[in-house]
Design a protein around this ligand. Structure first.
Ligand SMILES: Cc1cc2nc3c(=O)[nH]c(=O)nc-3n(C[C@H](O)[C@H](O)[C@H](O)COP(=O)(O)OP(=O)(O)OC[C@H]3O[C@@H](n4cnc5c(N)ncnc54)[C@H](O)[C@@H]3O)c2cc1C
Length: 428
C-alpha cells in the first residue's frame, strides 16, 4: 500500500497554523526572515533582551526543515573534525567543535527552561560503517578526538554491534554518547511558544518580497505589507530565495526524505535499535534512522532535488527498499508516512554566520542543524546586540561562492553531483 505523503511529526503535535494572523508592526528593531529553529531561537533571545523583534515566515511557523527533520541532536559538524582542523588550524577547530557541544547544551537548556514536551534525551549517536575499510579509518578517530578535542567516542566492533543495532550489513560503528534526539515538530512548536512568551511577534503568511536599505533603516516588504527595521536577520536555510540573491548563490538546496513505518511490536523495536540511538551511516548518499513511538523513522537523500510530490513518491519506494536492506526483518512492515524537506549545503559544507550590507545571516547547516540552528540563532542574536558578529567562530572563515561563479541559485548540477556521490560510495 502507498504511504500517505504527510509529515509524520505533524500528527504528534498541533503545529502553529494561519487561522489567526498577527498584524505586522510598522516599526521594529529587528526583522527576522524565516520561522524555523534559527529564526525562532534568535527571536527568543532578542526579545528576552528587550529588543522588539518581528519574525516573518512565508508559510506557517515551523513549516520548513525544522518540523520535517530526523530529530537528531548531534555533536560535531557536517565536515569531519580532521578536515576542519587541517583547514582552519587547531585553535579555531577547537572553538568550532566546542560550539557543537554547546549547541546540544543550548537545546537541552531551552527544552528545560521553556518546558517543551518534545522527548529530548541524550540517546547517543552511532556512525555505522558500510565497508571494513571505513571501520579501519575510524580506529584512530577515538584517539584523535580524545587528543585534539578532549572528547570521548567509542568503537563498537562488528562482533558486538548487535547490542546497538539489529542489522548485519554494517562493519562496526563509532558511538558518541553526548548526542541526543527529540521530536522536531514538538520542539519547533515549543520554541515558537517560547519566542512569543519572551515578547517577539511571529507572522505567518508574511513572505518577504524585498529588503531595501534606507539611510538609517531597512524597509522590509512582505506579501502582507511593509515594516521598517533597524536590522535584518536572514534565517531561510534551504529555502533561501531571490530576496537575498547574494546568499542564494552560496546555498545549494538539496532534498532529504524520510519514511515512518507503522508502529512495531515491542520485541522488534528492541531488536532494531536496542538502546534507542540516533544512527547514520558512512556513505555520501547516507541513511539516517532512529525510533520514535515504536516506529522506525528512516531517512536518506533518495532524490537530490528538493521535495515535490514526485520526488517524495519516488523516495518512498527507494527508502523502503533500502530500509529492508538494513533491516530484512521489516520486509512485511507497512510504511505509514513519507515526506521530504530541503537541506542547505554550502560550497565548503560549513555553516556560516555574518553580515553583508548590514543584513545578518545564519545558514548552511547541511543536514546538521537541529542543535546548530538553535545555537547559531541564539549566538548571532547575541552578537547583533553586542555588535561583534565578526568575532563569532562561524564568521571567521570565508563563505565561498560556487567555483568559477557557475551558479545563480538554480542547482542545475545536482543530477551530476548525485551520480558523483554514488560513484564515491562505490569506490571509497
Ligand atoms: C528531511 C530532513 C532531515 C533532517 N534531519 C536532521 C537531523 O536529524 N539532525 C540535524 O541536526 N539536522 C537535520 N536536518 C537539518 C535541520 O532540519 C535544519 O538544519 C534546520 O531545521 C534549519 O533550521 P532553519 O530555521 O535555519 O531553517 P528552516 O526550518 O528550513 O526554516 C526556514 C524558513 O524560511 C522560510 N522562508 C524562506 N524564504 C522566505 C521569505 N522570503 N520570507 C519569509 N520566510 C521565508 C521558509 O518558509 C522556512 O520555513 C534535516 C533536514 C531535513 C530537510
Amino acid at each position: 500500500m502507498t504511504p500517505t505523503q504527510h509529515i509524520y511529526w505533524h500528527t504528534t503535535v498541533q503545529m502553529p497554523d494561519d487561522s489567526n494572523l498577527t498584524p505586522l508592526p510598522e516599526k521594529v528593531d529587528v526583522a527576522i526572515i524565516g520561522g524555523g529553529y534559527t529564526g525562532l531561537s534568535a527571536a527568543r533571545t532578542l526579545a528576552r533582551h528587550g529588543v522588539k523583534a518581528a519574525l516573518l515566515e512565508a508559510n506557517t511557523i515551523g513549516w520548513g526543515a525544522s518540523s520535517r527533520n530526523g530529530g537528531m541532536v548531534l555533536t560535531g559538524l557536517k565536515v569531519g573534525m580532521k578536515t576542519v582542523l587541517k583547514k582552519n588550524g587547531r585553535d579555531l577547530a577547537r572553538r568550532l567543535f566546542q560550539c557543537s557541544l554547546d549547541s546540544i547544551d543550548t537545546v537541552e537548556q531551552i527544552v528545560k527552561e521553556e518546558n517543551i514536551d518534545c522527548g529530548f534525551a541524550r540517546y547517543g549517536h552511532l556512525l555505522a560503517t558500510n565497508k571494513p575499510k571505513h571501520f579501519d579509518a575510524l580506529k584512530d578517530e577515538v584517539e584523535f578526538m580524545q587528543k585534539e578535542f578532549n572528547h570521548k567516542v567509542h568503537l563498537i566492533s562488528r562482533d558486538v554491534q548487535h547490542g546497538e543495532i539489529g542489522s548485519n550489513i554494517y562493519y562496526g560503528a563509532l558511538l558518541d554518547e553526548l548526542s541526543g534526539g527529540l521530536n522536531p515538530a514538538q520542539y519547533v512548536e515549543g520554541l515558537a511558544g517560547a519566542a512569543e512568551r519572551a515578547g517577539a511577534t511571529l507572522h505567518a503568511r508574511a513572505r518577504v518580497r524585498r529588503v531595501e536599505r534606507g539611510e538609517k533603516r531597512f524597509v522590509v516588504e512582505t506579501e502582507r505589507g511593509r515594516l521598517s527595521a533597524e536590522s535584518v536577520l536572514v534565517a531561510t536555510s534551504g529555502y533561501t530565495g531571490n530576496v537575498t540573491t547574494n546568499l542564494q548563490k552560496k546555498i545549494i538546496p538539496i532534498g532529504s526524505f524520510i519514511i515512518a513505518t507503522e508502529r512495531l511490536p515491542d520485541d522488534l523495536v528492541k531488536e532494531l535499535i536496542p538502546r534507542g540511538r540516533m544512527i547514520f551511516d558512512y556513505k555520501h548518499y547516507l541513511h539516517y534512522f532512529r525510533l520514535w513511538d515504536k516506529r522506525l523513522i528512516f531517512g536518506g537523500r533518495a532524490a537530490f532535488f528538493p521535495e515535490t510530490s514526485n520526488t517524495i513518491k519516488r523516495s518512498a519506494e527507494i527508502l523502503r527498499r533500502e530500509m529492508i536492506q538494513v533491516y530484512p526483518q521489516l520486509k512485511d512492515t507497512k510504511i505509514d508516512y513519507v515526506w521530504g524537506g530541503t537541506l542547505d549545503f554550502t560550497f565548503d559544507m560549513m555553516a556560516h554566520v555574518g553580515e553583508v550590507d548590514g543584513i545578518y545571516y545564519s545558514l548552511g547547516y547541511a543536514g546538521h542543524g537541529v542543535a546548530m540552528a538553535t545555537y547559531l540563532g541564539k549566538t548571532v542574536a547575541e552578537a547583533m546586540l553586542k555588535g561583534n558578529i565578526k568575532e563569532h567562530p562561524f564568521a571567521s572563515f570565508a563563505f565561498p561562492d560556487a567555483p568559477l561563479g557557475l551558479y545563480n541559485g538554480f542547482p542545475w548540477f545536482l543530477p551530476f553531483a548525485g551520480a558523483w556521490h554514488r560513484i564515491l560510495d562505490w569506490i571509497e
